[in-house]
Design a protein around this ligand. Structure first.
Ligand code: ATP
Length: 136
């Protein structure tokens, strides 16, 4: 099976670099499945887990927004923050989720409500990339 190179980079470090068979992301216009030889494209990403398919295995990386650039045999994702499942602190994510939900339940100004909404999305995405299921 042919492969493409997936790189996920944050301002701090390279989080992921592997040859994979398929990359599935949530772009702002919907879900995209990228296989080798995909046409080049650049798209902003939603805060959502990225799925890397390697043979019959799936790996999930929590990617918090950013951009994806697809080249012939390479996908580069640049994000403000991203974590592998093994790097995710579950209790921190659960606490962040509760904190954001509390803030959203209080009447806030738009800016704080927007910040709480984004924090909630990041926390849910971290938990989802570990297999916990949430509906927003
Ligand atoms: P918190 O409120 O817990 O700090 P946050 O969503 O505000 O969460 P970010 O601003 O997205 O945090 O990330 C700050 C840094 O902390 C990044 O390097 C990110 O990878 C890391 N990080 C945040 N939450 C977790 C977590 N639950 N497990 C592992 N790393 C995390």
């Amino acid at each position: 099976m042919s492969t493409l190179r997936l790189e996920i980079v944050t301002p701090e470090r390279k989080v992921y670099e592997k040859d994979v068979n398929m990359v599935v992301v949530k772009g702002i216009a919907g879900e995209l499945g990228i296989m080798p030889q995909h046409i080049p494209l650049v798209t902003p990403l939603k805060v959502a887990p990225v799925k890397a398919k390697i043979g019959n295995e799936n790996e999930f990386i929590a990617v918090h927004g950013g951009f994806m650039e697809v080249r012939k045999d390479k996908v580069v994702i640049l994000a403000e923050a991203a974590e592998l499942g093994s790097d995710i602190d579950v209790s921190r994510a659960r606490l962040a989720k509760e904190r954001a939900e509390r803030r959203l339940a209080q009447k806030q100004n738009d800016i704080n409500a927007h910040r709480a909404e984004l924090a909630l999305q990041r926390a849910i995405s971290r938990l989802e990339s570990l297999g916990e299921k949430y509906h927003m």
